[in-house]
Design a binder for this molecule. Structure first.
Ligand code: NAD
Length: 503
């Protein structure tokens, strides 16, 4: 990956910031060190961190590049995006392996994430040929009413570590196709992936300054990415705590902001559900990506009649999960992303026990042999979790599933809604009436019927309600519209003088 990543040893890449079309060192004295969460002895990459001065340089570059990029036609922008997608397809395996090493997820999940991110870029590339407004009939004869869309300007894109490729892809692609120029700040745990995505855009011929990459501590440079007057919109994904802060600062400036935040997603399994189907969905939802998905299934509401049977099936399946390094073919679940996330998982397990929930399986860090060098936690299930408990209410972001039971449909919906988050949910049943009632009554941005809580597709909006999200939805047309301003045009072609308009 030269010149962005020159190998100093077979393992360690020296990574750089990307500002104004050049790969440069950051100005901070703090170094970002990317390590393998499955074996923290393995250093993968090092970056001289960026500080505020680098962010300002990146904003300067984006501001200078804006007029040219805005003047580039949307179909021409789309062709660059499509080329980047093709390059990423060629590098898919290589980047997926890197993701497995850097973030920890198992290789099939990393490949799935690459596919999803590339599809998103392709979808937005196509929007270059469809981008436009609407025309509507006017109240007045020989009048044309139409709308046009215009890029907002320089935008900040701030992303988390859990989907280090797909989330940047689903923000950068709509920003670029809209004609915005970008300052992109990824999470510090995943710099190599961030370099991988930006490099593909550079190789696709994106002009200098259109996409800039700054890697450094969010606490040191996060505010300037939101406060700087030349930043015209902010797209953030991450925790509720930081999201609220970003929202407050952007709100005070009166600029558009989208914050996609945490989740505590419920799956409800009703007594007539296909239990095998529900089992597959809960396994994927709760333990896929080590539970480190905003869309993870973290609360399970079981109909009392099938609860014991379902839990027996679930425990048998969980016992088969082999926890291990992401690149090990036998692994069914990878490590926590870092020590801090592992400690959070263990802390919530301790809280669950203290709150009186019944530990059904897991609950420990795995430290045997080489596992001692990784951040491995067992897949964990608690039964009898009280809806008022912290385990029911707070996001863990790990492989920890909280279970409760009821035989009353209204109560099941109440339990599902009794939580500050509202990203996604699942309902398993053959009863269409109940499924439609659930869909109407649940407080969530996305509803899965007879399918796991996880997933999203490029062509439909993605996002949550309550503590899970504020602002425009992401992906689809909505994701693109966030990066544009609309103009409504009134064109009178009567040629006659008119004293006044209708209103
Ligand atoms: P985080 O909030 O700690 O960090 C997110 C990003 O914000 C990082 O790039 C970080 O460096 C940056 N940041 C830190 N301080 C900042 C500040 N003061 N100003 C601006 N930016 C700052 O989140 P994380 O730990 O990286 O990610 C996990 C969280 O992300 C979970 O809560 C998860 O649910 C959420 N998430 C949500 C979605 C969604 O679409 N709803 C998707 C994925 C992850």
């Amino acid at each position: 990956m030269t010149p962005t990543a020159t190998k100093t040893t077979p393992e360690v890449s020296i990574l750089k910031q990307y500002i104004a079309g050049k790969w440069v060192d950051g100005s901070s004295s703090r170094e970002i060190v990317s390590t393998n969460p499955a074996d923290n002895r393995q250093v993968l990459g090092k970056v001289k961190g960026a500080d505020k001065s680098d962010v300002l340089k990146a904003i300067d570059a984006a501001q200078k590049a804006f007029p040219g990029w805005k003047a580039t036609t949307p179909p021409a922008r789309g062709r660059i995006l499509m080329k980047a997608a093709l390059i990423l397809r060629e590098r898919k395996e290589e980047l997926a392996r890197l993701m497995s090493l850097e973030q920890g997820k198992i290789l099939p999940e990393a490949l799935g994430e690459m596919e999803k991110g590339i599809t998103l870029i392709e979808w937005f590339a196509g929007e270059g040929l469809r981008m436009g407004g609407i025309t509507q009939p006017s109240e007045l004869a020989k009048n044309l009413l139409y709308t046009t869309r215009h890029p907002r300007g320089v935008v900040s894109i701030i992303t988390p570590w859990n989907f280090p490729f797909a989330i940047p892809a689903w923000k950068i692609a709509p920003a670029l196709i809209s004609g915005c120029t970008v300052v992109f700040k990824p999470a510090s745990l995943v710099p190599a992936l961030a370099v991988g995505i930006v490099k593909a855009f550079e190789d696709a011929g994106l002009p200098p300054g259109v996409l800039n990459l700054v890697m450094g501590a969010g606490s040191a440079m996060g505010d300037i990415l939101v406060e700087e007057p030349r930043i015209k919109a902010v797209s953030f994904t991450g925790s509720n705590e930081i999201g609220k802060r970003v929202h407050t600062i952007a709100g005070a400036r009166g600029i558009p902001v989208v914050c996609e935040m945490g989740g505590k997603n419920p799956a409800v399994i009703w007594d007539d559900a296909d239990l095998e189907l529900a089992l597959a969905g809960v396994m994927k939802g709760a333990f896929g990506s080590t539970g480190q998905r905003c869309t993870a299934t973290s609360r399970l509401i079981l109909h009392t009649k099938i609860a014991d049977q379902f839990l027996k099936m679930l425990l048998a399946e969980v016992a088969k999960i082999k926890v291990g390094p992401g690149l090990d073919k036998a692994s069914g679940m990878g490590p926590a992303v870092d020590e801090s996330q592992m400690n959070t998982d263990l802390e919530y397990i301790a809280i669950g026990k203290k709150e009186g929930a019944k530990l059904l399986c897991g609950g420990n860090r795995i430290t045997t042999g080489d596992y001692a060098h990784g951040w491995f936690v067992e897949p964990t299930i608690f039964d009898g979790v009280s809806p008022k408990s912290r385990l029911w209410q707070e996001e863990v972001f790990g492989p920890v599933l909280a279970v409760t039971r009821t035989d009353d449909f209204d109560k099941a919906v109440e339990l599902a809604n009794d939580c500050p988050f509202g990203l996604t949910c699942a309902f398993y049943s053959q009863d269409l009436t109940l499924a439609m009632r659930f869909t109407e009554e649940i407080e969530a941005g996305m509803v899965h019927l007879n399918s796991p809580t996880i997933g999203g597709e490029a062509q439909v909006p993605f996002g949550g309600v309550k503590g899970s999200g504020v602002g425009e939805r992401e992906m689809a047309k909505e994701g693109m519209h966030f990066f544009t301003e609309q103009k409504t045009v009134f064109l009178d072609y009567t040629g006659a003088r008119r004293a006044s308009n209708l209103y």
